[in-house]
Design a protein around this ligand. Structure first.
Ligand code: PLP
Ligand code: TYF
Length: 397
């Protein structure tokens, strides 16, 4: 009976939010959970989403189920957003989109697909990676292994990454963060990506891109560069796309698993398997978020408004990165923390130790993940100097 089930700890990142909420200090700062925040500290609903929702309320005719692959217009639009308007894989009928409950749903569907349809293959994750990758793929019963990514010196380890990739057994799956690596913020350069592609091609590995932050790095098109490079060069690629961050739709659970296959016929095989697997997970996906995304992307005006809103978020984060570096300058720390300016997306592996993170929390009510990861979007532009002073204090002894 239930007395035997035992108790497991909650998610440490989400748990940080509870600790933050319970903190009575009015100067508290939440740099924990990865949601975008504006200058007022709120996670806004984009204007484009509000307008699309109004349109949907006025025109929606039914709440009957949508199909196993989700909203077809969403699929069509998302494929173009991710792969580009002129993607050869798209025009050749080698690209398919299966709508999922968020990027997480897409990752789990990919995990089940690999376990069921490509048995014997291991899945390789970056060290470190988003902690949910570790538990989710283990739950899908995939053997999980790791390749080096960021070492103890808090630097990108491209040599270590490549040296491990060349040893991976053919057929194994390599999960790559398409942009804005979570948790480190360190992304590969174009040159690095080309080298990774060469090894992936030579070793016949299957790339699985986790694309959760399109638009948060250098731009909606720019952030898709690596994904498109691999899709143009390889017969088979899997991509999990999340609309949580770039459309601000977090709780609407909107995302997709995109499959690129060698030919149009195998795409239909893969899609039949994905629909069957999804049936056992969530049957059919939720409709609302995908309908919002489809409405925005298919309408020139809404799309432009949305693109401006994504650009504003990206620019705010970039400004905060530079602002924090400037604030650290008087303490002689700008060089030590220069990586904050080079990192991309919402997150920064600051290089602060767990002990320093705990001190920031207890002495200054600043909340970071213990790995030293900070959500840059959570910074307060008006109080960067307070934070710089606190950082200078905890790193000095
Ligand atoms: N992958 C990474 C790297 C993430 O950071 C997230 C974020 O929350 C996800 C996937 C899943 O996003 P979603 O909320 O759409 O499930
Ligand atoms: O890494 C983050 O903070 C985001 C949000 O179980 C998140 O990806 C964190 C934990 C979790 C789900 C989402």
């Amino acid at each position: 009976h239930f007395g035997q089930v035992g108790r497991v700890p909650g998610d440490p990142i989400l748990g940080l939010l509870d600790a933050y909420r319970a903190d009575p200090n009015p100067a508290k700062l939440d740099l924990g959970v990865g949601v975008y925040k504006d200058a007022e500290g709120i996670t806004p609903i984009p204007q484009a989403v509000k307008l699309a929702e109004q349109r949907l309320i006025a025109t929606e005719l039914t709440k009957s189920y949508i199909g196993g692959h989700g909203d077809p217009l969403f699929g069509e639009q998302l494929l173009r957003l991710v792969l580009g308007e002129h993607s050869p894989a798209l025009s050749e009928g080698r690209a398919g989109c299966t709508q999922t409950p968020g990027g997480t749903g897409a990752l789990r569907l990919a995990g089940d697909f690999i376990a069921r349809c490509l048995p014997g293959r291991s899945l390789w994750l970056s060290d470190p990676t988003w902690p949910i990758h570790e538990t989710l793929f283990a739950a899908a019963r995939l053997p999980v292994r790791h390749y080096p990514y960021v070492g103890a010196d808090n630097r990108l380890d491209v040599a270590g990454l490549l040296a491990t990739l060349v040893e991976i057994p053919p057929g194994d799956v390599v999960l790559l963060h398409a942009c804005c690596h979570n948790p480190t913020g360190f992304d590969l350069s174009h040159d690095d990506w080309r080298q990774v592609l060469e090894v992936v091609r030579a070793r016949e590995l299957l790339p699985l891109f986790d694309f959760a932050y399109q638009g948060f790095g250098d731009g909606l098109e720019e952030d898709a560069w690596a994904v498109r490079l691999f899709v143009e060069a390889l017969p088979e690629v899997l991509i999990t796309s999340s609309c949580s961050k770039n459309f601000g739709l977090y709780r609407e659970r909107t995302g997709a698993l995109i499959a690129i296959t060698a030919d149009a016929s195998s795409l239909q095989d893969v899609r039949s398997q994905l629909a069957a697997l999804a049936r056992n997970l969530w049957s059919t996906p939720p409709s609302h978020g995908a309908a919002v995304v489809a409405t925005i992307l298919a309408d020139e005006q809404l799309r432009q408004l949305w693109q401006q809103e994504v650009a504003a978020k990206r620019q705010r984060i970039a400004g905060l990165r530079n602002g924090l570096l400037e604030a650290l300058q008087p303490y002689g720390l700008a060089e030590r923390f220069a990586h904050i300016g080079a990192q991309r997306g919402m997150f920064s592996y600051t290089g602060l130790t767990a002990a320093q993170v705990r001190r920031l929390r207890s002495e200054d009510a600043v909340y970071l993940v213990e790995s030293g990861r900070a959500n840059v979007a959570g910074l307060d532009a008006e109080r960067l100097d307070d934070l710089a002073r606190a950082i200078a204090r905890v790193v000095s002894d």
